[in-house]
Design a protein around this ligand. Sequence first.
Ligand code: 5AD
Ligand code: SF4
Length: 486
Amino acid sequence: MAKTLDIDSKRKVSARKQELAAKDVVVANTLDVAPAGPNTKKVFIKTYGCQMNVYDSQRMADILAPIGYAPIDSAEGADLVILNTCHIREKAAEKVYSELGRIRKMKEEKDASGEGTMTVAVAGCVAQAEGAEITRRAPVVDMVLGPQTYHKLPEMIARLARSNDEVLETQFDTLEKFDELPVERMIKGFAAFVTIQEGCDKFCTFCVVPYTRGAEVSRPVDQIVAEIRGLAAQGVREVTLLGQNVNAYHGPAPAGSTQDEFGLGELIAHVAKIGGIERIRFTTSHPRDMDEALIAAHGTESKLMPYLHLPLQSGSDKILKSMNRGHSYAHYRDLIARIRAARPDLALSSDFIVGFPGETDEDFEATMTAVREIGYGSAFSFKYSIRPGTPGADMDNQVPEDVKSERLTRLQELLAKQQTEFNQSLIGKTLPVLVENVSAKNDGTVFGRAPYLQGTHFAAGPETVGQIVQVKITDAGRNSLTGLLA
Ligand code: 5AD
Ligand code: SF4
């Protein structure tokens, strides 16, 4: 095993403990904010991995703004470069080191130009998992900061300026971080992420999240509401409540409430009352935490979108057990039936892993059968990737790479077929679409999101941007819909 993460020392579960699409995609600079002026320093933040990282990158920009940093969309010429990294699969983690090679050259050019230097920071889950190993492997790195420490960025920058020694922060202070985040957010657009919970106590045997993000911590309701009110005042109409295990949410109830804590169902009802917020989503959920209140909310809260991402991972009870998922396939199937009874137009999404250690042809067929039985509107699927320090890495019966690839191809073909069929089933229906922007082609069309998240194109004027309008769907592909303003 390349490197072992010692749960007790690395994780340092907070005594104050109150309590994930991670995909391998790289989300380029997602910070849509004002360009840098002549007196500002320039920061480039590159985001890898999940939506929680997208949110964290936006928050890093919010924290850096008061000390004079403005985001730019390329590393070239930047005073500060932050790679906000993902450790969920090996491929995602390795990308960071190849990017650091490119950044080293840019830093050398900047140093040689006499226009100051470039500070390089590695943030996020690779930073947490590898710590000082990063600066050893990539000496270009000046700062390493775990996902629960980015509120300390201004202090870290000051420390670096004073000593020029590398600065490392990897402790777990999630509550402190939540307390320190500025309420104001720089945001452009009409849909925003809001983190409500971080970390995970589930310890699925394939997953690094409990080690890199730490223990489950829920954010107080008042903090969440203050952030969402601010977003609504800036024109945001849709919020996605984020957490690695979002439906395990149990945050301190708002001031004046008769309850001590709110669960996710109660939080959704509370957020639905905020003026201006028309749509609510949440991700990522665990089947073990779908309680009655949350199931009921799918029927009673009209602002809650009829789209649920509920990862199954495998359809085989033997594999689910070995993954430590804590439920059977039958439990999942029954759960889906209950949520569908509450919200008949619900579409489902899931994550699947193929080739987990010990997965036989029969186990894999059980996953294929589950997909056929449940029927998904979309889904993410991955080959199992050995993560050092997790129990899965030490399991016998690792599945050969070619078998994993063959299974993934078959699963993805089935999922793609279901996705296309689901989208085509919407033809003839009229759906509310949140319009995000006018088409870059400038051809009199606009782009928006349907309730099931598909990008939707239709002819309409720029005055519809930011509004939710009714669109009759006339055509559908695998990833997008086309329609007419109804
Ligand atoms: N290998 C492959 N996929 C993984 N995921 C998490 N850990 C691994 C791993 N070691 C997938 C799971 C999870 C999603 C965010 O990433 O499906 O739900
Ligand atoms: Fe990882 Fe499992 Fe926690 Fe999800 S529930 S973050 S897969 S350990």
